[in-house]
Write a protein that binds this ligand. Structure first.
Ligand code: PSU
Ligand code: MN
Length: 306
């Protein structure tokens, strides 16, 4: 039944069946999160980094209505250049299939498809969350509900302060989603290493994360885990520069009545322009750093499951 919709790349399929480590990657970051050609360059390098760290990369997207786990370089190039790609969250899936569209998967949808294929570890840049002003707008990313329900671990550099980080953490707490600091006691804020908010647990090794994940799922404590891995020191942005850029971007979004799924891509693009591309460089570097740790976690998880 599943095969009717889902196509797992042969190399990825072989690895999953053999219990070898696989790391899922999202595609909204390629189509809506970064401009061409940096997006495609980033996506290819991320796959390379995952291989260098002993796991198989599986970039996830929907091509002509087919759910794909593991893309070819041509498919990555297509997603990075085509204007015809829908930002696909959970509710879009049935229609992207029925209308045979192309879809880029958000964190939420990447988790769903990874789980369907049997991939448990996923690396990205940042998760969606509770937006500032959500008390009025109700703008809360579907990523958070997915983390509550779907058994996939997400390695990210925290949440950007385009979001309300405090409310995002409260939401995750309510929904029973563990929030971990990898080598830190603070939840990272994407472009910066610190957010001013603590994490539930600090862990200092990939094996410790793998052990906790195994325990969680052995006990059927459904849902994911957020592993916050701070951006490396040398790529961190200046706090005032990024804070000012985000404030300006938020103001422009409001003035232009940007709403719904357009909000996050709009803000990312504005921040990039305001910082003259510096935020994009930081964004790319933190994804690489997450890919590396995710591959190591996937490896340790595969080892303890053998
Ligand atoms: N944060 C980034 N880059 C991104 C995204 C978030 O730095 O590309 C994307 C991810 O795919 C995430 C999605 O799942 O935005 C969240 O969108 P929304 O806020 O509309 O749920
Ligand atoms: Mn939203």
């Amino acid at each position: 039944m599943l095969e009717k919709y889902l196509q797992v790349h042969p190399e990825v399929k072989k690895a999953i069946e053999a219990g070898e480590p696989v790391v899922a990657l999202e595609s909204t970051i390629i189509s809506h999160g970064m401009p061409y050609p940096k997006n495609v360059e980033m996506a290819k390098n991320v796959s390379k980094i995952i291989r260098e760290n002993g796991a198989i990369p599986a970039t996830i997207a929907i091509i002509d209505g087919v759910l794909k786990v593991g893309l070819t370089e041509e498919e990555i190039e297509f997603l990075g250049t085509s204007k015809d790609v829908v930002k696909a969250s959970r509710r879009d899936l049935p229609f992207i299939i029925s209308k045979k569209l192309n879809g880029a998967t958000t964190v939420a949808t990447t988790m769903i498809l990874a789980d369907l294929a049997g991939v448990k570890v996923f690396a990205t840049g940042g998760i969606g969350g509770v937006h500032r002003g959500a008390q009025e707008t109700f703008d809360i990313s579907a990523d958070l509900q997915e983390l509550a329900n779907t058994d996939v671990a997400v390695i990210c550099a925290g949440a950007k302060s385009i979001l309300d980080i405090g409310l995002t953490l409260e939401y995750l707490e309510t929904n029973g989603v563990p929030v971990i600091g990898f080598g830190t006691d603070e939840f990272p804020a994407f472009y910066t290493r610190k957010s001013g908010f603590g994490v539930d647990y600090r862990v200092d090794s990939p094996m410790e994360v793998a052990t906790a994940l195994k325990a969680k799922w052995d006990l059927n404590l459904k849902g994911g885990m957020v592993i916050g891995n701070p951006i490396p020191n040398e790529f961190e942005m200046d706090y005032d520069t990024i804070t000012n850029a985000i404030e300006t971007a938020l103001k422009e979004a409001e003035e232009n009545n940007i709403a719904g799924k357009k909000v996050t891509p709009f803000l990312l693009d504005k921040v990039k322009t305001i910082t003259a591309g510096k935020s994009l460089e930081s964004n790319i570097e933190l994804v690489y750093n997450n890919a590396k740790i995710a591959a190591q976690i996937a490896k340790d998880l595969a080892d303890i499951n053998k």
